[in-house]
Write a protein that binds this ligand. Sequence first.
Ligand SMILES: Cc1cc2nc3c(=O)[nH]c(=O)nc-3n(C[C@H](O)[C@H](O)[C@H](O)COP(=O)(O)OP(=O)(O)OC[C@H]3O[C@@H](n4cnc5c(N)ncnc54)[C@H](O)[C@@H]3O)c2cc1C
Length: 479
Amino acid sequence: MSEHVDVLIVGAGLSGIGAACRLRTEHPGRSVAVLEAREASGGTWDLFRYPGIRSDSDMFTFGFKWRPWPGDTALAEGPAILDYLRTVAREYAVDELIRYRHRVVGASWDSATDLWTVEVDRDGERVTLTTGLLWACGGYYDYDRGFSPEFPGQEDFRGTIVHPQHWPEDLDYAGRKVVVIGSGATAVTLVPAMANAGAGHVTMLQRSPTYVVSLPGRDPLATRLKRLPTRVSYPIVRWKAILLAVATYQLAQRRPQLVKGAIRKMTAKQLPPGVDVDVHFKPAYNPWDQRLCFVPDGDLFKAMRAGHASVVTDHVDRFTETGIRLRSGEELEADVIVTATGLTLKAMGGVELVVDGTKVLMPETMTYKALMLSDVPNFVFTIGYTNASWTLKADLVADFVCRLLTFMDEHGVRRAVAPRDPSVGEQRLIDFSSGYILRALDELPRQGDREPWKLRQNYLKDVRSINRDRIDDGVLTFR
Ligand SMILES: Cc1cc2nc3c(=O)[nH]c(=O)nc-3n(C[C@H](O)[C@H](O)[C@H](O)COP(=O)(O)OP(=O)(O)OC[C@H]3O[C@@H](n4cnc5c(N)ncnc54)[C@H](O)[C@@H]3O)c2cc1C
């Protein structure tokens, strides 16, 4: 006999911890297990250990809406986020539900029993559990390998090559020349952090520019409202952050030239003399066609002005013994090369789903409210926004699951499924031009051309559609 739990959560990162807390509060009678592949909780915030690791969304929306982020730090450091998550897990006694070194490898649904049988690799041993609701909170990327393109001549390089996902604890870069390849959130975090921690010089080598926007490290409104009780100040600061994020995103979509111009002006002001904003900080795409990079108090620009960091926009021709030769012919000397080249996307924690004996092929499914898959019963997944804090969406998914379970209790329902509607047009899941998304688009589910099949990158619309609309909306079917 396999052990049975009412709800099985895959992953003990931010989403899994949040999910379990909400079930503890709103469905305390249900048995819940959180299966975590690693030996520790916290997911992303435990895995990544590179210098300066921090959030690039404000903590008032990255924190859970039901558990205020303490203080007025807007962009927080990784260890503080990890501490927050583990504290929350302890407070809600969710840490007791987590089973470490349990990697979920597959799950098969049986309509005869309305149950999932979940296959787990527990330290090399196979175990199975059954559950009524499977909730995938496994994040969106492969934990075992970051994206590392093979550069010609890599084996010739005599220095150290590091990927930010696998940062060596003992890496000594004091006084050394560092080249960081990349221009995303990780690169713009690493460059000032390494420069300020004593690297000789740090060069950010990018193929093409990214929008880099400076934000105050401390939120001025949060600072001003510090004297108020948190239960009063947190919702105010949180809603300010939400509305500002929605408004700037909408403005960028409708008036991209205006937003482009404003960012260019702000950036130009912060650059040291002689650095051409149009060469290094003017992307070919519109703002929010890829995620913007936020830097606290302009730390990247400060490091550049201090002469500790610089940006080069060029292509790698090959690695040499002493650094990198660029296509332009220029050579960058390096003792350490950091390949901040991104993540390898992995959907649903790599769990293979089978429904009544038939393997679920992700590209053949369509997302329902971006939290369930068509024709896959009693299965929910948490994936955050690409244009706002992940947690905003994760909280909404948790709201939905709690409401769904209440509905199922009240109506004596054991199965909830969103059957595929052939009249709904198919679109690619994410309209984002970032490399890691484009590389994986073919393996992801599709979205529909209308609600509730459409992925909304808009919290305000999702609040209505996910949190307020009826559970029995005429699309979900029940048994
Ligand atoms: C460096 C970095 C910085 C980021 N900064 C931000 C930010 O500022 N703002 C923002 O909104 N987003 C940010 N993100 C995205 C970030 O991943 C999410 O915000 C958030 O941490 C995701 O939480 P999660 O629990 O969904 O996933 P994760 O943090 O990835 O956690 C998933 C957990 O599930 C486990 N797991 C996966 N598959 C299985 C399986 N098959 N079986 C068992 N366990 C499994 C993993 O081991 C992991 O512990 C960042 C991402 C990275 C990589």
